[in-house]
Design a protein around this ligand. Structure first.
Ligand SMILES: [Zn+2]
Ligand SMILES: [Zn+2]
Length: 381
């Protein structure tokens, strides 16, 4: 049985004019739909989820590629004594370097753009205009387009903090906004007119985020767009750290840039799913508000930092061809784990849930996850 087909049949059955009454979803309806949902889930084979789960199981030795432990060898890895940049556009990225510096020291960083229409558009179109009124209330505090800059390592680590660039004038917030900005340890927030990274912000990112988290010898994979090339970094003062920057040639990022190949898609699916829930169940959260954007990105960063998703990150490197150990294929594991396998009732109160925490495994309601800002580092296997 395919649950999607059951859903389609039910939609057809109730999509008749006599049932076509629009109203705001209430608690009774939510509880009733959870019952039906559980009923359907129990009726179908658990095997539907097996693939995703085995891939996620951090403790399952079969799914974790053995880490490559080759000692640093100065002779093989031709690194300059000083701060080192080597751009190799249109050439194959030297995968040997990953073996030499080790998976822990090989990084990929890139930016990914978001706009609100993208992730709540579809839900809005079928749920009418539930949120539109709220969205127009405080236009000054709203952002429609913003960018994040993430860093992942070939060993499956997501680097903190996450850089967020919101749309704003003059490239920075005024003191009053700055004071009221949502504060989170794992994000660094800037603004630009476009809501994208400027060359100056790429430099800031490099100095304030990448350099402090990288080790003495690293390889950093960057794509050639948005000015992230060696020229930009040439103005940096010499540092004791040896960082080799490899350019991913234009037009190939979808195939060989780990973040594009797998990671950002999972991140965006997470946002889509969460935002869809906010709109569908009419939660009083304005997703365009800059503080909610920061809060949500910070919460997602916490979730994706869970050891449970280490394989998701490694899989992105595997799929891009940098590590050769076979990892089982899986699809959108963050959505599967955090949303689809979430219990119906919150572990901390008796309200219906929105998410299952990838750290603590607790199923949480909107209040306990989003409103109370669920910071969690308590990993439960
Ligand atoms: Zn709760
Ligand atoms: Zn938790």
């Amino acid at each position: 049985m395919n649950p999607k087909n059951i859903l389609k049949l039910l939609t057809i059955a109730f999509d008749q004019p006599q049932y076509n009454l629009e109203s705001i979803i209430n608690e009774d309806e939510k509880a009733f739909s959870f019952q039906i949902e559980s009923f359907i889930k129990n009726a179908i084979q658990d095997s539907l989820f097996v693939e995703t789960y085995s891939a996620l199981s951090f403790e399952n030795k079969n799914t974790i590629p053995e880490s490559i432990s080759i000692e640093n060898d100065g002779d093989n890895f031709n690194i300059d004594e000083n701060f080192y940049f080597c751009a190799t556009p249109n050439e194959e990225i030297d995968k040997e370097k990953i073996l030499i510096v080790g998976e822990n020291n090989v990084w990929n960083s890139d930016q990914s753009g978001f706009n609100l229409e993208m992730y709540i558009g579809r839900t809005l179109s079928f749920k009418g205009e539930l949120k539109v009124e709220a969205l127009t209330q405080s236009i000054n505090s709203m952002t429609h387009s913003y960018t994040i800059q993430s860093i992942i390592s070939a060993s499956g680590v997501l680097v903190s903090p996450l850089l967020i660039v919101l749309q704003g004038t003059d490239g920075k917030f005024g003191p009053r906004i700055q004071k009221n900005l949502f504060k989170a340890e794992n994000v660094l927030v800037f603004t630009s007119n476009s809501g994208k990274l400027t060359s100056a912000l790429v430099k800031t990112w490099f100095q304030e985020v990448f350099l402090p988290s990288s080790s003495d010898k690293s390889v950093l994979l960057l794509d050639s767009r948005s000015g992230q090339n060696s020229k930009l970094f040439e103005s940096f003062p010499k540092s004791k750290k040896l960082i080799q920057i490899e350019n991913i040639p234009a037009g190939t990022t979808g195939m060989i840039q780990p973040l594009d190949v797998f990671f950002f898609r999972s991140w965006k699916n997470f946002i889509r799913y969460f935002s869809g829930t906010v709109v569908l169940y009419n939660h009083d959260i304005n997703l365009h508000h800059r503080n909610n954007i920061i809060k949500l990105q910070s919460l997602i960063h916490i979730q994706f930092s869970s050891p449970r998703f280490k394989n998701l990150i490694k899989y992105a490197w595997y799929k891009s061809g940098y590590i050769s150990e076979k990892l089982p294929e899986f699809d959108n594991p963050s959505v599967d784990y955090c949303f689809k396998k979430c219990a119906a009732i919150c572990n901390l109160c008796s309200t219906s849930t929105v998410i299952r925490c990838a750290w603590s495994k607790k199923s949480l309601c909107m209040n306990h996850f989003f409103t109370d800002y669920h910071i969690c580092k308590n990993f439960q296997e």
